[in-house]
Ligand binder design. Structure first.
Ligand code: PMP
Length: 410
């Protein structure tokens, strides 16, 4: 221990070699609206009774039956190196789930198991983009997207989806941005907006992808949380399987965020190269976690619907509150565990609204500005507190919004 400490002291006493631009420029700089989240966490750990509606984490934990399967697998010896692309039964189970939802036959060879959807997004961009390539993403976007794209050396280019379009990206905007691009990252059901892409949107994306020879990286980690309409996997669109890398995860569908278990699925040749990338980066995912994931998937869609049900209920609680007031507006989210509220009638930015809400009511939300420019003037409310606390948080949120509205019109 002493030697280790000494080595560290000596090391830190000297000038450190320069770090790569790739990691020092990974995020855009500034706090991007995440300052509010960290401030809420700071106040909470100092004892303030903050009600948090911030990140996409369930208020329930992983089902004990899944944990029992994990424990049994670990005790049963699945603690050595597991097969790098994923254990065969899990790859087959993921392929079966994808075959059923998309109607396109997937085999185990079309699936690479990854440590969560996040690692799958990183791997997929590695497959699609060379150094300096233009990589499109739809704004508003999940906060890690631009950094993930920069992490592979590519250049993130956001394409705005507009609130007046229900945050569905327009084919014409995508077509303009697609000139010279290598990839397009889409996410339906969407975080943060809750938009579920319509057939018109998806078919427009397919035309743009075809015309500009793009890879489409389709983040479908919320595919089990659809409240209106139906989820249509992008790979199911005619001709699209060959140019789609689908990202999935058990984080949201099975409340397994901490288990870090996801996948990227696509054409065999792409997956074979991604297996090679995995060999040189993650070296796979722990076998006992994969065994638990296999057990979880074998329980079928009913178990997934049970995990999703509270979010639908809480979405409806928010929508019911919107009636009879003018301060907050929403595009009713068709899926995912969030509601995006338009706060522009209060005269505040999402950031200012969130800061005041935290100070005056001890409720934490994410400002829309954390998710790109297109969500400015909005806040994202995560539907992640038990119903009674969620009601309480909504009481405070709507009271605060009402006061701001009165001030704006005083
Ligand atoms: N994509 C989206 C849209 C997300 O919201 C998240 C997590 N919040 C992820 C990917 C990553 O999820 P995980 O790595 O836990 O599978």
């Amino acid at each position: 221990m002493a030697i280790c400490g000494l080595q560290r002291a000596i090391k830190e006493g000297h000038a450190m070699p320069g770090l790569s631009k790739r990691i020092t420029h990974l995020t855009g700089g500034g706090d991007d609206g995440w300052g509010l989240f960290y401030e809420a966490r700071r106040r909470k750990s100092a004892g303030a009774p903050i009600l948090e509606l911030t990140i996409g984490e369930h208020d329930v934990r992983t089902d004990p039956a899944i944990l029992d399967a994990m424990h049994a697998a670990a005790k049963g010896g699945h603690t050595g190196y597991a097969a790098v692309p994923g254990i065969e039964p899990l790859r087959r189970a993921v392929a079966a789930r994808l075959s059923e939802s998309s109607g396109v036959q997937h085999e185990a060879e079309n699936v690479l198991v990854t440590p969560g959807g996040q690692a799958a997004l990183f791997a997929a961009h590695h497959a699609a983009c060379d150094e300096g390539d233009k990589a499109l993403l739809v704004d508003p976007y999940y906060a890690t997207y631009p950094g993930t794209i920069r992490g592979v050396g590519a250049r993130p280019v956001p394409v705005a989806a507009r609130p007046e379009d229900g945050f569905q990206p327009r084919e014409s905007d995508l077509a303009v941005a697609a000139v010279g691009a290598s990839s397009l990252l889409i996410n339906s059901p969407n975080n943060p907006t809750g938009a579920v892409y319509t057939d018109v949107t998806l078919e427009g994306i397919a035309r743009v992808a075809e015309a500009h020879d793009l890879w489409v990286i389709s983040d479908e980690v919320y595919d089990s949380q659809v409240w209106d309409g139906a989820h249509r996997p992008f790979a199911s669109l005619p001709g699209m399987f060959a140019r789609t890398l689908t990202v999935g995860s058990l984080s949201k569908s099975h409340a397994m965020t901490g288990s870090r278990l996801g996948w990227v699925a696509g054409p065999r040749e792409a997956i074979a190269h991604l297996e090679n990338l995995a060999t040189h980066t993650t070296y796979g995912v722990p076998g006992y976690i994969q065994e638990a994931g296999h057990f979880a998937l074998e329980r079928g869609a009913t178990a997934e619907a049970e995990v999703a049900a509270p979010f639908r209920r809480r979405r409806d609680m928010v929508l019911a509150r919107l009636e009879g007031q003018q301060a907050l507006h929403a595009i009713p989210p068709a899926g995912a565990m969030y509601v995006m509220l338009d706060v522009r009638a209060t005269g505040l930015s999402g950031q200012a609204f969130g800061a005041g809400l935290l100070d005056e009511e001890e409720v934490a939300i994410m400002p829309g500005e954390s998710f790109g420019q297109a969500a400015a003037g909005h806040i994202r409310v995560a539907l992640t507190l038990p119903d009674d606390l969620f009601e309480e948080a909504l009481d405070r949120l709507f009271a605060y919004a009402g006061r701001q509205m009165e001030k704006a019109h005083a």
